[in-house]
Design a protein around this ligand. Structure first.
Ligand SMILES: Nc1ncnc2c1ncn2[C@@H]1O[C@H](COP(=O)(O)OP(=O)(O)O)[C@@H](O)[C@H]1O
Ligand SMILES: [Mg+2]
Length: 471
């Protein structure tokens, strides 16, 4: 289908090539950019391409380059493009499965482009419209830990998102969320043209985003307000009143008073706190917000998001071996529940490939995964290659192993499985692995001064990543 048939004005036509990338169709975009689904002919996979295209300032000419609507827009156009470039650079610094992964950046057609991973699913805004019945407290509690992890990663690097909203969170088919964009170009153009309504999303932006620069300090609490507004929207069906209006007369009715059916008071109370008008009254960090709801801040769960990248079948399919449907499990020691996620394409992979994929994923995740045991939080170096961990152990004696469990381990740390010492050592990835048969296990890590432990029930084939904590 061509872009014109697609009725997206100013879009590049289907079939348009940027070297190995071929535009397939328009998948989204608003007034400041167009998002395309594209095919990477070299790596034979689907990617997404974001094009900087502020419709109020520019149009597409016949030669497909962008032309200003008037010379007077040059400054605004350039400022927006600079912000778009800054956003690409910022996103490229992170390697977090819950943050849009930028593959490439380039300038062409008198504008700028970002090649990114393609994520299945739809925005949370679309999800709310198409699957309203799925949204309940359990669903929200599953959504939050990886989302907390993504936002926390931005904060830990010293940045704020400032544009968290329903339409910037993609819910992938495996239900794991990805923060799609920071809206930098839109915010910059809105700011320079003094148009607050362009710059900020009413109902989501807290009061400090409306105030003059420096008047009220922005910080993690600024994103926490927006996240509170997202959750308010999911539960109440609408955003809270616009913060500038609340400033004059606060007609916000706390959720704990409204008590919508099916939601617990701790969750409702946490959202009310996040939506406090005064920044100081809100949770000051994602950790503080998460602990109000008794949820972990996780970037571990998010490792399975790597799977949807292979949504489109590669040219050479792996040999089909029928195995029981494996599951990739992500477990955080602080999580009350263990969430299994079944990636769509895993069934096509042999157990060996699943293990190799898991190790490759770990190599990515290790970069961003800060365990509670290493609070100095220097990023842990990624494994240089997807080599197998040094020590693999069939702990179950003669019983066939069903699952591979990976755990972070340092040299010198000792592992006990159900009280029995195991000879496992960390691989270069910083993880050790255990092959376990079905059963109940208690895994302890002794590091001299302390003992960390985790209980585990293996009842399905799969790959597990565990993070033992203090008992
Ligand atoms: N990498 C991606 N993979 C799949 N869909 C995407 C991707 N990036 C954006 N989209 C889709 O494009 C639309 C707009 O995305 P977004 O990045 O928020 O742009 P904007 O805020 O400029 O409209 C959304 O519907 C989203 O689902
Ligand atoms: Mg957006």
């Amino acid at each position: 289908m061509s872009a014109n048939e697609n009725h997206t004005p100013n879009a590049l036509p289907a079939g348009y090539r940027f070297n190995e990338f071929e535009i397939k169709e328009v998948i989204g975009g608003g007034g400041f950019g167009i998002v395309y689904r594209a095919w990477d002919h070299q790596l034979e996979r689907t990617i997404a391409i974001k094009e900087y295209m502020p419709v109020s300032l520019a149009v597409r000419a016949d030669d497909l380059s962008l032309e200003l609507r008037g010379e007077r827009f040059q400054k605004l156009f350039n400022a927006g493009r600079s912000s778009f470039i800054q956003e690409a650079r910022l996103l490229a610094r992170f390697n977090h499965p819950g943050l849009l992964h930028v593959l490439r950046f380039w300038e062409e057609n008198d504008t700028a482009y970002m090649g990114t991973l393609y994520y299945s699913g739809m925005t949370l805004k679309e999800w709310q419209v198409t699957s309203p019945d799925s949204i309940d407290e359990a669903w929200i509690r599953r959504l939050l830990p990886p989302l907390f992890g993504a936002i926390n990663t931005i904060h830990a690097a010293g940045y704020l998102h400032r544009d968290i909203s329903l339409d910037n969170i993609q819910i992938q088919e495996n239900q794991l969320p990805v923060l799609l964009d920071f809206g930098s170009a839109r915010k910059e153009i809105g700011n320079l043209s003094d148009e607050t309504e362009i710059m900020l999303k009413p109902g989501f932006a807290p009061i400090e985003q409306y105030s003059e620069e420096g008047e009220i300090e922005q910080g993690p609490w600024t994103d926490i307000y927006a996240l509170g507004a997202v959750l308010h929207n999911l539960i109440a069906g609408h955003a809270p009143p616009v913060s500038v209006v609340r400033c004059i007369e606060d007609n916000y009715q706390p959720l704990v008073e409204r008590q919508p059916e099916g939601y617990s008071l701790p969750l409702l109370h946490a959202i009310d706190c996040a939506l406090a008008m005064k920044p100081a009254d809100r949770p000051q960090s994602i950790d503080a917000f998460a602990s109000l709801i008794d949820l972990p801040v996780s970037d571990v769960e998010a490792l399975v998001t790597t799977f949807p990248v292979a949504a489109e079948a590669p040219a050479a399919e792996p040999v089909a071996i029928v195995v029981p449907e494996p599951q990739v499990m992500a477990v955080n020691h602080a999580a009350a529940a263990i969430e299994p996620v079944t990636p769509r394409n895993v069934r096509r992979l042999s157990p060996g490939l699943v293990a190799a994929a898991a190790i490759a994923i770990l190599a990515v995740v290790v970069v961003v995964w800060k365990t509670n045991r290493h609070s100095e939080t220097a990023p842990i170096a990624a494994a240089p290659s997807a080599s197998a961990p040094v020590a693999s152990n069939n702990a179950a004696g003669s019983a066939p192993s069903l699952a591979t469990v990976y755990l972070r381990l340092q040299e010198g740390e000792k592992v006990l499985l159900n009280g029995e010492a195991k000879d496992v050592k960390p691989a270069s990835s910083g993880f050790a692995s255990l092959n376990l048969a079905a059963g109940n296990y208690r895994i302890e890590v002794h590091n001299g001064s302390q003992v960390l432990s985790q209980s585990l029930t293996i009842d399905k084939p799969g790959t597990w990543l565990i993070n033992p904590g203090k008992p």
